[in-house]
Design a binder for this molecule. Structure first.
Ligand SMILES: *Cc1c(COP(=O)(O)O)cnc(C)c1O
Length: 405
C-alpha cells in the first residue's frame, strides 16, 4: 500500500475538527495517539453485536467474544514475533505491566541484590522499583545520561555485576525521543545473569520490535499510544520467567481450583489475568495493530523521519530555541525551550491557535533536573501529521516568542 497521507488522515475523524477556531494540529502523540475509524468501529461493533463475558459462557455470544479476544492475542503475538501465545499477558497498560513484574520480583530478590534503571525513565518506571527496593532491601542503581540526552553505556557496563538481578530501561524516552541501544543493554545484562524488562510504551507506534531476536525477558507496552484504546496493553514475558513469578492479583479467571485450604493457579496467560478484562479494548488493540501493519512500519518510519528532519531544521532557525537531544538515534519527538520563556506559556499560546503540544516535565522529572529546567515544550509527531502542520507549529512558536519576550 502506498503511503497516501490524505487517505490516512481521512481515517481519523478527530483530525477534521477545530479547536479555538482553528483546524486542530495534534502534536501530543507521545501522550496518546488518535484513533482511526477502523479501531472505533471495532469497539462499536463489539458492544453492538457480540458483547459477552469471555472464557466462561457455554452460549454462542460468549464464544464469539472469546474467539475475538484470543484472535487479538494472536495478532499481537505475531506482530511482536513472540514464540508462544501464552507469553502474551493482557494488562491495563504499561504501568500495570511494570507493577506486575516489580511485584513478582518481591519474592525473588534478597537484601543487597541490585536493580539497574536508567536516568531517562518515566515516573511509572521509577516508582515501582523504589517500592520493590523498600520491600526487599534491594538497591537501585541508575545509568546516567549525558548532555545529548543519551545513556552513558560505559557507565552501564560498570554498574553490572553478579549482584545485578534486573535491568529496566525504556526502549524510547517519552521526554526526549532518544532510542536506547536495548539490544546491547540486554546482551550485557544476560552476561551477568540478570533479567531485562523493556518499557516499549513510546516505541511501538514508531517501530515494530522483534522480541525473539532482542532476546528480552519482559517487554511492556500500551495500546493507546499506537492507535488503540486506553486501558489495555500487554506484558510479554518469557515462559520460564512468567512461570517463576507469582500471580499479581487474585480473583476470577486466574485460578484452577479454589478451596479455603488451598487455591491452585490457572495456566499462563490466565494466571496473570484476574477478573473480567477490557474485552473490547483487547479486541480493538488487535484492530489497531492490523491497521498499522497495513500501512507498514517501514513506510511510517520513512515518513516520520522526513517530518522530524523538517521540523528540527525549521524550529532551530528560531533565535534562542534549544532542542534537547538533537541526535540521530531518536524518533519524531522534539523537546525544546526558548531562552527566557516558560514552556507553559508557549503551550498556552499554541493552544489558542489550535495546536496541541505537551508542556512540563513529561513524567520524567529527573531528566529535567539534569538539564536544570522546569520542563520543555514537547511536539511529538505521528504518521498522520503533515509538513503544513509543522509550518503551523513553527509560525505559532514564532508568534508566542514575539508575544512573550
Ligand atoms: C506513556 C508511557 C508510560 C506509561 O504508560 P501508561 O499507558 O500510562 O501506563 C510509561 N513509559 C513510557 C516511556 C511512556 O511513554
Amino acid at each position: 500500500m502506498a503511503f497516501d497521507i490524505k487517505k490516512i488522515r481521512a481515517d481519523f475523524p478527530i483530525l477534521s475538527r477545530e479547536v479555538n477556531g482553528y483546524p486542530l494540529v495534534y502534536l501530543d502523540n507521545a501522550a496518546t495517539s488518535q484513533k482511526p475509524k477502523q479501531v472505533i468501529d471495532c469497539i462499536v461493533d463489539y458492544y453492538s453485536n457480540y458483547n459477552a463475558n469471555i472464557h466462561r459462557g457455554v452460549h454462542s455470544l460468549s464464544q464469539e467474544a472469546t474467539d475475538a479476544y484470543e484472535q487479538a492475542r494472536k495478532a499481537i503475538q505475531e506482530h511482536f514475533n513472540i514464540e508462544k501465545t501464552h507469553e502474551v499477558i493482557f494488562t491495563s497498560g504499561t504501568t500495570h505491566g511494570i507493577n506486575l513484574v516489580a511485584n513478582g520480583f518481591s519474592s525473588l530478590l534478597e537484601k543487597g541484590d541490585e536493580i539497574i534503571v536508567s536516568a531517562l525513565e518515566h515516573h511509572s518506571n521509577i516508582v515501582p522499583w523504589q517500592m520493590l527496593c523498600e520491600r526487599t532491601g534491594a538497591i537501585l542503581k541508575v545509568i546516567p545520561m549525558n548532555q545529548d540526552g543519551m545513556l552513558v553505556f560505559s557507565e552501564y557496563e560498570k554498574l553490572l555485576s553478579d549482584k545485578t538481578r534486573l535491568v529496566f530501561v525504556n526502549h524510547i524516552s517519552n521526554a526526549l525521543g532518544t532510542i536506547n541501544p536495548i539490544k546491547s543493554i540486554i546482551k550485557k545484562a544476560h552476561q551477568v545473569g540478570a533479567a531485562v524488562l523493556i518499557d516499549g510504551a513510546q516505541a511501538c507506534s514508531h517501530i515494530k520490535p522483534d522480541l525473539q531476536s532482542l532476546d528480552v525477558d519482559f517487554y511492556v507496552t500500551s495500546a493507546h499510544k499506537m492507535c488503540g484504546p486506553t486501558g489495555v496493553g500487554i506484558l510479554y514475558g518469557k515462559e520460564e520467567w512468567l512461570t517463576k513469578l507469582p500471580p499479581y492479583q487474585g480473583g476470577g479467571e486466574m485460578i484452577a481450583e479454589v478451596t479455603f485450604e488451598k487455591t491452585t493457579y490457572a495456566d499462563l496467560p490466565h494466571k496473570f489475568e484476574a477478573g473480567t478484562p477490557n474485552i473490547a479494548g483487547g479486541i480493538a488493540f488487535g484492530a489497531a495493530i492490523n491497521y498499522l501493519n497495513a500501512i507498514g512500519f517501514d513506510a511510517i518510519a520513512t515518513y516520520e523521519e522526513n517530518i522530524l528532519e523538517y521540523a528540527t531544521k525549521e524550529l532551530l532557525a528560531i533565535d534562542g530555541l534549544k532542542i534537547y537531544a538533537d541526535i540521530k538515534e531518536k524518533t519524531s519527538v522534539i523537546s525544546f525551550n526558548i531562552e527566557g520563556i516558560h514552556p507553559y506559556d508557549i503551550g498556552t499560546i499554541l493552544d489558542k491557535m489550535g495546536i496541541a503540544v505537551r508542556t512540563g516535565h513529561h513524567c520524567a522529572q529527573p531528566i529535567m533536573d539534569y538539564f536544570k529546567i522546569p520542563g520543555t515544550v514537547r511536539a511529538s509527531f505521528a504518521f498522520y501529521n503533515t509538513l503544513e502542520e509543522v509550518n503551523r507549529l513553527v509560525e505559532g512558536v514564532k508568534k508566542a516568542k514575539m508575544m512573550l519576550s
